[in-house]
Design a protein around this ligand. Structure first.
Ligand SMILES: Nc1ncnc2c1ncn2[C@@H]1O[C@H](COP(=O)(O)OP(=O)(O)OP(=O)(O)O)[C@@H](O)[C@H]1O
Ligand SMILES: [Mg+2]
Length: 384
Protein backbone atom coordinates (compact mmCIF):
# COMPACT_ATOMS: atom_id res chain seq x y z
CA UNK A 1 0.00 0.00 0.00
CA UNK A 2 1.56 3.29 -1.05
CA UNK A 3 0.35 6.04 1.24
CA UNK A 4 3.21 8.38 0.44
CA UNK A 5 1.05 10.35 -1.97
CA UNK A 6 -1.40 11.08 0.74
CA UNK A 7 -1.02 13.09 3.87
CA UNK A 8 -3.42 14.30 6.51
CA UNK A 9 -4.00 16.65 9.37
CA UNK A 10 -6.50 15.87 12.06
CA UNK A 11 -8.70 18.20 14.09
CA UNK A 12 -10.33 18.72 17.46
CA UNK A 13 -13.36 20.70 18.69
CA UNK A 14 -15.49 23.39 20.96
CA UNK A 15 -18.15 26.24 21.44
CA UNK A 16 -19.47 29.66 20.22
CA UNK A 17 -22.19 32.67 20.53
CA UNK A 18 -23.18 36.28 19.63
CA UNK A 19 -25.18 36.26 16.38
CA UNK A 20 -23.92 38.88 13.94
CA UNK A 21 -26.46 41.19 12.29
CA UNK A 22 -27.35 40.68 8.65
CA UNK A 23 -26.49 44.08 7.23
CA UNK A 24 -27.33 45.23 3.70
CA UNK A 25 -25.05 44.35 0.81
CA UNK A 26 -23.66 47.82 0.43
CA UNK A 27 -21.03 49.79 2.22
CA UNK A 28 -21.99 52.82 4.29
CA UNK A 29 -20.04 55.84 3.14
CA UNK A 30 -19.44 58.12 6.12
CA UNK A 31 -20.40 61.77 5.52
CA UNK A 32 -17.70 63.65 3.67
CA UNK A 33 -16.24 66.78 5.22
CA UNK A 34 -17.61 69.95 3.53
CA UNK A 35 -14.28 70.97 2.01
CA UNK A 36 -13.52 67.74 0.34
CA UNK A 37 -10.57 67.85 -2.02
CA UNK A 38 -11.03 66.98 -5.65
CA UNK A 39 -9.98 63.48 -6.69
CA UNK A 40 -7.78 64.90 -9.39
CA UNK A 41 -6.02 67.28 -7.05
CA UNK A 42 -2.55 65.94 -6.22
CA UNK A 43 -2.69 64.73 -2.65
CA UNK A 44 0.44 64.07 -0.66
CA UNK A 45 -0.97 60.75 0.49
CA UNK A 46 -1.59 58.21 -2.22
CA UNK A 47 -3.07 54.72 -2.27
CA UNK A 48 -2.77 52.52 -5.32
CA UNK A 49 -5.35 49.82 -6.06
CA UNK A 50 -4.32 46.94 -8.27
CA UNK A 51 -7.47 44.93 -8.86
CA UNK A 52 -9.25 43.24 -11.74
CA UNK A 53 -11.93 45.31 -13.49
CA UNK A 54 -14.53 42.99 -11.95
CA UNK A 55 -13.25 43.55 -8.42
CA UNK A 56 -13.06 47.34 -8.97
CA UNK A 57 -16.75 47.38 -9.87
CA UNK A 58 -17.78 44.96 -7.14
CA UNK A 59 -16.10 46.89 -4.36
CA UNK A 60 -17.30 50.22 -5.83
CA UNK A 61 -13.81 51.65 -5.80
CA UNK A 62 -14.93 55.04 -7.09
CA UNK A 63 -17.13 55.50 -4.00
CA UNK A 64 -14.18 54.56 -1.81
CA UNK A 65 -11.99 57.03 -3.74
CA UNK A 66 -14.53 59.80 -3.00
CA UNK A 67 -14.39 58.94 0.70
CA UNK A 68 -10.57 59.00 0.61
CA UNK A 69 -10.53 62.33 -1.25
CA UNK A 70 -12.44 63.83 1.67
CA UNK A 71 -9.54 62.78 3.87
CA UNK A 72 -6.85 64.15 1.55
CA UNK A 73 -5.94 60.77 0.15
CA UNK A 74 -5.62 60.20 -3.56
CA UNK A 75 -6.77 56.82 -4.88
CA UNK A 76 -5.06 55.61 -8.04
CA UNK A 77 -6.14 52.61 -10.10
CA UNK A 78 -2.86 50.97 -11.02
CA UNK A 79 -2.64 49.70 -14.56
CA UNK A 80 -0.26 46.75 -14.57
CA UNK A 81 0.42 46.97 -18.28
CA UNK A 82 2.00 50.42 -17.76
CA UNK A 83 5.18 51.05 -15.74
CA UNK A 84 4.07 51.15 -12.09
CA UNK A 85 6.72 53.75 -11.26
CA UNK A 86 5.06 56.23 -13.61
CA UNK A 87 1.84 55.87 -11.63
CA UNK A 88 3.42 56.26 -8.18
CA UNK A 89 4.59 57.14 -5.62
CA UNK A 90 2.31 55.23 -3.25
CA UNK A 91 2.09 55.14 0.53
CA UNK A 92 0.07 51.96 0.31
CA UNK A 93 -0.87 49.54 -2.46
CA UNK A 94 -3.96 47.38 -2.06
CA UNK A 95 -4.14 44.50 -4.51
CA UNK A 96 -5.72 41.20 -5.38
CA UNK A 97 -3.39 39.67 -7.91
CA UNK A 98 -4.68 36.11 -7.46
CA UNK A 99 -5.52 35.72 -11.18
CA UNK A 100 -2.12 37.01 -12.23
CA UNK A 101 -0.28 34.81 -9.70
CA UNK A 102 -2.11 31.67 -10.84
CA UNK A 103 -1.76 32.53 -14.56
CA UNK A 104 1.91 33.45 -14.20
CA UNK A 105 2.67 29.74 -13.73
CA UNK A 106 1.83 29.00 -17.38
CA UNK A 107 1.46 32.35 -19.13
CA UNK A 108 4.52 34.47 -19.93
CA UNK A 109 2.57 37.73 -20.18
CA UNK A 110 1.16 37.33 -16.66
CA UNK A 111 4.59 36.27 -15.47
CA UNK A 112 5.99 39.54 -16.86
CA UNK A 113 3.23 41.65 -15.24
CA UNK A 114 3.88 39.98 -11.91
CA UNK A 115 7.61 40.37 -12.20
CA UNK A 116 7.27 44.12 -13.01
CA UNK A 117 5.01 44.55 -10.02
CA UNK A 118 7.41 42.65 -7.76
CA UNK A 119 10.33 44.75 -8.99
CA UNK A 120 8.45 47.93 -8.17
CA UNK A 121 7.66 46.69 -4.64
CA UNK A 122 11.29 45.66 -4.02
CA UNK A 123 12.55 49.04 -5.28
CA UNK A 124 10.08 50.95 -3.06
CA UNK A 125 10.39 49.54 0.44
CA UNK A 126 8.56 52.52 1.95
CA UNK A 127 5.37 51.49 0.10
CA UNK A 128 3.23 49.19 2.26
CA UNK A 129 1.75 46.33 0.25
CA UNK A 130 -1.62 44.94 1.35
CA UNK A 131 -1.02 42.08 1.34
CA UNK A 132 2.46 40.59 0.78
CA UNK A 133 2.63 38.42 -2.34
CA UNK A 134 4.14 35.27 -0.70
CA UNK A 135 1.51 35.33 2.05
CA UNK A 136 -1.27 35.54 -0.52
CA UNK A 137 0.26 32.95 -2.83
CA UNK A 138 0.17 30.25 -0.15
CA UNK A 139 -3.61 30.65 0.24
CA UNK A 140 -4.12 29.88 -3.46
CA UNK A 141 -3.09 26.29 -2.73
CA UNK A 142 -5.49 24.32 -0.51
CA UNK A 143 -2.69 21.89 0.44
CA UNK A 144 -0.90 24.84 2.06
CA UNK A 145 -3.93 26.66 3.47
CA UNK A 146 -5.23 23.49 5.16
CA UNK A 147 -1.84 22.93 6.78
CA UNK A 148 -2.07 26.48 8.16
CA UNK A 149 -5.61 25.84 9.43
CA UNK A 150 -4.52 22.59 11.08
CA UNK A 151 -1.61 24.28 12.83
CA UNK A 152 -4.08 26.73 14.35
CA UNK A 153 -5.50 23.85 16.37
CA UNK A 154 -2.18 23.51 18.11
CA UNK A 155 -1.43 27.22 18.56
CA UNK A 156 -4.97 27.87 19.81
CA UNK A 157 -5.13 24.79 22.03
CA UNK A 158 -7.71 25.20 24.77
CA UNK A 159 -9.84 27.54 22.63
CA UNK A 160 -11.92 24.72 21.16
CA UNK A 161 -11.06 25.68 17.61
CA UNK A 162 -10.50 22.98 15.02
CA UNK A 163 -10.33 22.17 11.36
CA UNK A 164 -11.90 18.96 10.02
CA UNK A 165 -9.55 16.03 9.29
CA UNK A 166 -8.41 16.06 5.66
CA UNK A 167 -6.20 14.35 3.12
CA UNK A 168 -4.09 15.75 0.32
CA UNK A 169 -4.90 13.58 -2.68
CA UNK A 170 -2.49 13.13 -5.57
CA UNK A 171 -3.66 9.74 -6.80
CA UNK A 172 -6.68 8.42 -8.68
CA UNK A 173 -6.42 4.93 -7.21
CA UNK A 174 -9.60 4.39 -5.11
CA UNK A 175 -8.04 1.60 -3.04
CA UNK A 176 -5.11 3.81 -2.02
CA UNK A 177 -7.48 6.64 -1.17
CA UNK A 178 -9.77 4.30 0.75
CA UNK A 179 -6.94 3.02 2.98
CA UNK A 180 -5.84 6.57 3.68
CA UNK A 181 -9.39 7.59 4.55
CA UNK A 182 -9.55 4.69 6.96
CA UNK A 183 -6.14 5.06 8.52
CA UNK A 184 -6.54 8.80 9.03
CA UNK A 185 -10.05 8.31 10.37
CA UNK A 186 -11.89 10.62 8.01
CA UNK A 187 -15.63 10.17 8.32
CA UNK A 188 -18.28 9.97 5.60
CA UNK A 189 -19.69 12.00 4.02
CA UNK A 190 -16.49 13.46 2.58
CA UNK A 191 -16.27 16.80 0.83
CA UNK A 192 -13.87 17.01 -2.09
CA UNK A 193 -12.27 20.34 -3.14
CA UNK A 194 -9.73 21.13 -5.86
CA UNK A 195 -6.15 21.85 -4.82
CA UNK A 196 -6.15 25.24 -6.60
CA UNK A 197 -8.26 27.60 -4.51
CA UNK A 198 -8.79 30.29 -7.13
CA UNK A 199 -10.81 30.56 -10.35
CA UNK A 200 -14.24 29.30 -11.30
CA UNK A 201 -13.21 25.61 -11.29
CA UNK A 202 -12.08 25.86 -7.67
CA UNK A 203 -15.68 26.21 -6.53
CA UNK A 204 -16.71 22.90 -8.15
CA UNK A 205 -16.96 20.44 -5.26
CA UNK A 206 -18.48 17.08 -4.47
CA UNK A 207 -19.94 15.17 -1.54
CA UNK A 208 -18.91 11.53 -1.42
CA UNK A 209 -20.98 9.12 0.65
CA UNK A 210 -19.11 5.81 0.56
CA UNK A 211 -15.99 4.07 -0.73
CA UNK A 212 -17.81 3.45 -4.01
CA UNK A 213 -17.88 7.24 -4.52
CA UNK A 214 -14.09 7.52 -4.26
CA UNK A 215 -13.83 6.89 -8.01
CA UNK A 216 -15.32 10.41 -8.43
CA UNK A 217 -12.19 11.97 -6.92
CA UNK A 218 -10.09 13.97 -9.42
CA UNK A 219 -6.62 14.76 -8.10
CA UNK A 220 -4.95 16.96 -7.11
CA UNK A 221 -7.56 17.71 -4.49
CA UNK A 222 -8.38 17.74 -0.80
CA UNK A 223 -10.76 15.24 0.82
CA UNK A 224 -12.21 16.45 4.09
CA UNK A 225 -14.67 15.07 6.63
CA UNK A 226 -18.01 16.79 6.24
CA UNK A 227 -19.13 18.39 9.53
CA UNK A 228 -22.83 18.84 10.22
CA UNK A 229 -23.39 22.47 11.20
CA UNK A 230 -27.06 23.34 10.82
CA UNK A 231 -26.62 24.99 7.39
CA UNK A 232 -25.19 28.22 8.80
CA UNK A 233 -21.85 29.61 7.63
CA UNK A 234 -20.15 32.38 9.62
CA UNK A 235 -18.05 34.50 7.29
CA UNK A 236 -15.45 36.45 9.23
CA UNK A 237 -14.09 39.47 7.34
CA UNK A 238 -10.81 40.95 8.58
CA UNK A 239 -9.60 44.53 7.95
CA UNK A 240 -6.39 45.14 9.91
CA UNK A 241 -7.28 44.96 13.59
CA UNK A 242 -11.04 44.92 12.92
CA UNK A 243 -13.16 41.94 12.06
CA UNK A 244 -16.83 41.57 11.15
CA UNK A 245 -18.95 38.44 11.08
CA UNK A 246 -21.80 37.81 8.66
CA UNK A 247 -24.06 34.76 8.45
CA UNK A 248 -24.59 32.98 5.15
CA UNK A 249 -26.51 29.91 4.00
CA UNK A 250 -24.50 26.70 3.95
CA UNK A 251 -24.78 22.99 3.20
CA UNK A 252 -27.45 21.19 5.20
CA UNK A 253 -26.85 18.27 7.60
CA UNK A 254 -26.37 14.77 6.23
CA UNK A 255 -26.72 11.50 8.13
CA UNK A 256 -23.27 10.63 9.49
CA UNK A 257 -21.52 7.51 8.23
CA UNK A 258 -21.28 5.82 4.85
CA UNK A 259 -24.49 5.27 2.89
CA UNK A 260 -25.61 4.04 -0.47
CA UNK A 261 -25.98 7.40 -2.18
CA UNK A 262 -24.41 8.72 -5.37
CA UNK A 263 -21.89 11.53 -5.25
CA UNK A 264 -23.42 15.02 -5.22
CA UNK A 265 -21.56 17.51 -7.42
CA UNK A 266 -22.18 21.17 -6.61
CA UNK A 267 -20.76 24.67 -6.99
CA UNK A 268 -19.93 26.31 -3.67
CA UNK A 269 -21.31 29.63 -4.96
CA UNK A 270 -24.74 28.04 -5.24
CA UNK A 271 -24.74 27.25 -1.53
CA UNK A 272 -22.93 30.00 0.34
CA UNK A 273 -23.57 33.30 -1.42
CA UNK A 274 -25.98 35.74 0.30
CA UNK A 275 -28.63 35.03 -2.32
CA UNK A 276 -28.03 31.25 -2.44
CA UNK A 277 -31.09 29.08 -2.23
CA UNK A 278 -30.67 25.42 -3.03
CA UNK A 279 -32.12 22.06 -1.99
CA UNK A 280 -28.63 21.44 -0.55
CA UNK A 281 -29.05 24.22 2.00
CA UNK A 282 -32.70 23.68 2.98
CA UNK A 283 -32.98 22.46 6.58
CA UNK A 284 -36.05 20.94 8.11
CA UNK A 285 -37.90 23.42 10.37
CA UNK A 286 -37.45 21.34 13.52
CA UNK A 287 -33.68 21.84 13.46
CA UNK A 288 -32.77 23.98 16.52
CA UNK A 289 -30.50 27.00 15.92
CA UNK A 290 -26.93 26.49 17.01
CA UNK A 291 -25.19 29.01 19.25
CA UNK A 292 -23.02 31.37 17.18
CA UNK A 293 -19.24 31.29 17.67
CA UNK A 294 -18.05 32.96 20.88
CA UNK A 295 -16.52 36.44 20.58
CA UNK A 296 -13.46 35.39 22.55
CA UNK A 297 -12.75 32.46 20.29
CA UNK A 298 -13.23 34.63 17.17
CA UNK A 299 -10.88 37.33 18.48
CA UNK A 300 -8.23 34.73 19.34
CA UNK A 301 -8.61 33.08 15.95
CA UNK A 302 -8.33 36.32 13.97
CA UNK A 303 -5.37 37.57 16.00
CA UNK A 304 -3.48 34.31 15.56
CA UNK A 305 -4.22 34.10 11.85
CA UNK A 306 -3.16 37.72 11.28
CA UNK A 307 0.14 37.03 12.97
CA UNK A 308 0.71 33.75 11.14
CA UNK A 309 -0.30 34.95 7.69
CA UNK A 310 1.14 38.44 7.95
CA UNK A 311 -1.98 39.64 6.15
CA UNK A 312 -4.55 42.38 6.86
CA UNK A 313 -7.32 41.84 4.31
CA UNK A 314 -8.68 38.32 4.42
CA UNK A 315 -11.72 36.25 5.33
CA UNK A 316 -12.19 33.08 7.37
CA UNK A 317 -15.14 30.72 6.90
CA UNK A 318 -16.25 29.15 10.14
CA UNK A 319 -18.98 26.63 10.97
CA UNK A 320 -20.19 25.38 14.36
CA UNK A 321 -20.14 21.60 14.82
CA UNK A 322 -23.73 20.47 15.43
CA UNK A 323 -22.76 17.88 18.04
CA UNK A 324 -19.77 19.39 19.87
CA UNK A 325 -20.41 23.12 19.22
CA UNK A 326 -16.73 23.39 18.30
CA UNK A 327 -15.77 26.34 16.14
CA UNK A 328 -14.58 24.71 12.92
CA UNK A 329 -12.51 26.52 10.27
CA UNK A 330 -13.11 25.43 6.68
CA UNK A 331 -11.64 28.15 4.47
CA UNK A 332 -9.40 31.23 4.40
CA UNK A 333 -10.02 33.79 1.63
CA UNK A 334 -7.79 36.49 0.15
CA UNK A 335 -9.27 40.04 0.05
CA UNK A 336 -12.89 38.84 0.09
CA UNK A 337 -15.97 40.81 -0.99
CA UNK A 338 -17.01 42.13 2.47
CA UNK A 339 -20.62 41.77 1.36
CA UNK A 340 -22.89 42.55 4.28
CA UNK A 341 -20.25 44.64 6.08
CA UNK A 342 -21.43 48.29 5.92
CA UNK A 343 -18.37 49.37 7.93
CA UNK A 344 -15.94 48.05 5.31
CA UNK A 345 -15.04 51.42 3.73
CA UNK A 346 -14.59 53.29 7.02
CA UNK A 347 -12.59 50.42 8.49
CA UNK A 348 -10.33 50.19 5.43
CA UNK A 349 -9.80 53.95 5.40
CA UNK A 350 -8.95 53.97 9.13
CA UNK A 351 -6.50 51.17 8.60
CA UNK A 352 -4.82 52.88 5.63
CA UNK A 353 -4.59 56.14 7.61
CA UNK A 354 -3.09 54.30 10.59
CA UNK A 355 -0.37 52.92 8.28
CA UNK A 356 0.28 56.38 6.84
CA UNK A 357 0.61 57.92 10.29
CA UNK A 358 3.57 55.65 10.96
CA UNK A 359 5.20 56.52 7.61
CA UNK A 360 7.46 59.42 6.76
CA UNK A 361 6.55 61.70 3.83
CA UNK A 362 6.53 60.06 0.41
CA UNK A 363 9.83 60.41 -1.38
CA UNK A 364 9.71 61.35 -5.05
CA UNK A 365 10.32 58.39 -7.31
CA UNK A 366 13.93 58.13 -8.41
CA UNK A 367 13.16 55.61 -11.13
CA UNK A 368 13.76 56.77 -14.72
CA UNK A 369 11.10 59.31 -15.73
CA UNK A 370 8.41 57.94 -18.03
CA UNK A 371 7.89 59.34 -21.48
CA UNK A 372 5.09 61.91 -21.97
CA UNK A 373 2.93 59.20 -23.43
CA UNK A 374 3.29 57.06 -20.30
CA UNK A 375 2.77 60.09 -18.07
CA UNK A 376 -0.99 60.07 -18.77
CA UNK A 377 -2.27 58.32 -15.69
CA UNK A 378 -4.04 55.19 -16.85
CA UNK A 379 -7.14 54.01 -15.08
CA UNK A 380 -8.86 50.65 -14.92
CA UNK A 381 -7.69 47.34 -13.57
CA UNK A 382 -6.09 44.46 -15.36
CA UNK A 383 -8.26 42.14 -17.38
CA UNK A 384 -9.02 38.77 -15.82
N1 LIG B 1 -15.78 20.30 6.05
C1 LIG B 1 -16.96 20.83 5.75
N2 LIG B 1 -18.06 20.43 6.42
C2 LIG B 1 -19.28 20.94 6.12
N3 LIG B 1 -19.50 21.81 5.12
C3 LIG B 1 -18.44 22.25 4.42
C4 LIG B 1 -17.11 21.79 4.70
N4 LIG B 1 -16.28 22.39 3.84
C5 LIG B 1 -17.03 23.19 3.06
N5 LIG B 1 -18.34 23.12 3.40
C6 LIG B 1 -19.46 23.79 2.73
O1 LIG B 1 -19.05 24.05 1.39
C7 LIG B 1 -19.02 25.47 1.14
C8 LIG B 1 -17.83 25.82 0.28
O2 LIG B 1 -16.61 25.46 0.92
P1 LIG B 1 -15.32 26.39 0.87
O3 LIG B 1 -15.58 27.61 1.67
O4 LIG B 1 -14.15 25.58 1.22
O5 LIG B 1 -15.32 26.73 -0.69
P2 LIG B 1 -14.88 27.99 -1.54
O6 LIG B 1 -15.45 27.79 -2.90
O7 LIG B 1 -13.42 28.11 -1.44
O8 LIG B 1 -15.58 29.20 -0.83
P3 LIG B 1 -15.42 30.79 -1.11
O9 LIG B 1 -16.64 31.18 -1.86
O10 LIG B 1 -15.39 31.31 0.30
O11 LIG B 1 -14.15 31.00 -1.86
C9 LIG B 1 -18.99 26.09 2.51
O12 LIG B 1 -19.52 27.38 2.47
C10 LIG B 1 -19.84 25.14 3.34
O13 LIG B 1 -21.22 25.33 3.07
MG1 LIG C 1 -15.56 29.58 1.53
Amino acid sequence: MDLTELSIMTAMSPPARDPPPSPPFCFIIPELPKLCSSRNQMASRRVGFCLSEKKIKRMNLSAFADLCAGHGIDVVEINLSQPVASQGPFNVIVHKLSDVIVEAKHDSQSEQLLSNFQSYISAHPQTVLLDPLPAMTQLLDRFVSYRIMSQLQTTLKGRSICCPPYLEINTRDPSVIQSAVRSRQLSYPLICKTRVAHGSRSHEMSLIFSKAGLCDVHPPCVLQSFVNHGAVLHKVFVVGDDHFTVERPSLKNFPPGPCDRSTIFFNSHDVSKPESSSHLTALDDTMPRLPPPSDDAMVALVRQLRAELGMSLFGVDVIVNLHTHTLTIIDINIFPGYEGVPQFFSSLLNYIESIMEKQGPLLPDRSPQPSQHEEQRPTGGYKS
